[in-house]
Design a protein around this ligand. Sequence first.
Ligand SMILES: [Zn+2]
Length: 285
Amino acid sequence: MSFRIPHLQIGSAEIIALADAEGPFFSPRAEAFPEATATQWAEADRCDPGGVDAEGRWHLQFRAYAVRSDNGLTVVDAGIGPADGPAASWAPVPGSLPASLAAAGIDPAEVDTVVLTHLHTDHVGWAVVTEEAVPSQGGARDGNVSASGRRPYFPNAEYLLQRAEFDALDTINPQLRETLTDPLAAAGRLRLLDGDTPLRAGRVVATPGHTPGHQSVLIAHGHQTALITGDLLVHALQLLHPELAYAHEVDPETARHSRKRMLRREPAGTLHLATPHLTEPFLPV
Ligand SMILES: [Zn+2]
């Protein structure tokens, strides 16, 4: 069986795109980007033809990324999750991240770092799983399983979240306390960051606005830079017109500022965008 896994090499780091799902957005796309003009929509559809379906709905990918380097293995975001995951009310669960990881030759147990870009349910789905959805390997209950029967899907990883995001949990989605952050904290796997932070390969960059503590991952070597964006931009519209707000941004002005700052092109180099929701897993800009 051949299963092509998209990847991008930046220096000694290999960035691997991990498909979890795809499907239509839950509301009309004009409501998601109320300021976009007909001309801008037409440009965006030419830029990303896969981002619109035959009925004119916004068609999204849901993907995570892995970064493999000599220093370790990082996963950025955790998709929509299993059938009983927190995104089940709106996203096409179950996702296929476990199969994508296997196809990429990645055992969840070898992942040492998980970066959660933000606390929306389509980015944390596989971070913590229930025993019912994903039984522990070998059936042995390890010390990671919480009283609610939940455990980190990546059992040996440290999960990185911005403190500003954790502090905003009650306004973003209070249910994630029980299903995500409490089990991670109980397993000793949650580490809160204060702004930009070095990783084993690359670094975390604070990109607030979509949510208060949104973060992205930057990997640079020579003139080549990859940015694993999270929801810094969610549609080709925001790549072509970074000033355009997305209706579900908590702070549109701050989001716009983060987007413009990160998308500013360096004249001598290439910036490769690795986005969860656009059709192409890697986009040179
Ligand atoms: Zn998202």
